[in-house]
Design a protein around this ligand. Structure first.
Ligand SMILES: [Cu+2]
Length: 101
């Protein structure tokens, strides 16, 4: 019984991908570097009292979550392997490195 439960968890993770949480707090992505697998999702949280954004110009994984208000959660899916940066369009010093395998 235990083996069946473990197997079903592995299968659902392979089918739907894992979710990784990145917080935006103090004008910083936390953590500032993350390793993910293709098919995984990154959920961006905003713990600051002002708006943030997260976007990448990476050709394979291009996304832009738009204006993210305080307390709002927005997710982006990783589509292809590669190493790329995610930035905040509002605060140019914010940087997140994504390593997708
Ligand atoms: Cu920001």
């Amino acid at each position: 019984m235990e083996k069946i439960i473990v197997l079903s968890i592995i299968l659902s993770s392979a089918l739907f991908g894992a979710n990784h949480v990145i917080d935006q707090k103090g004008k910083t992505f936390t953590p500032h570097s993350i390793s993910v697998a293709v098919g995984d999702t990154i959920t961006f949280k905003n713990s600051d009292p002002f708006a943030h954004n997260a976007y990448t110009d990476d050709e394979a994984n291009e996304f832009d979550i738009g204006m993210q208000t305080p307390g709002e959660d927005v997710s982006a899916k990783i589509l292809k392997a590669g190493v790329f940066n995610v930035e905040c369009a509002i605060h140019p010093n914010m940087l997140l490195e994504v390593i997708a395998k």
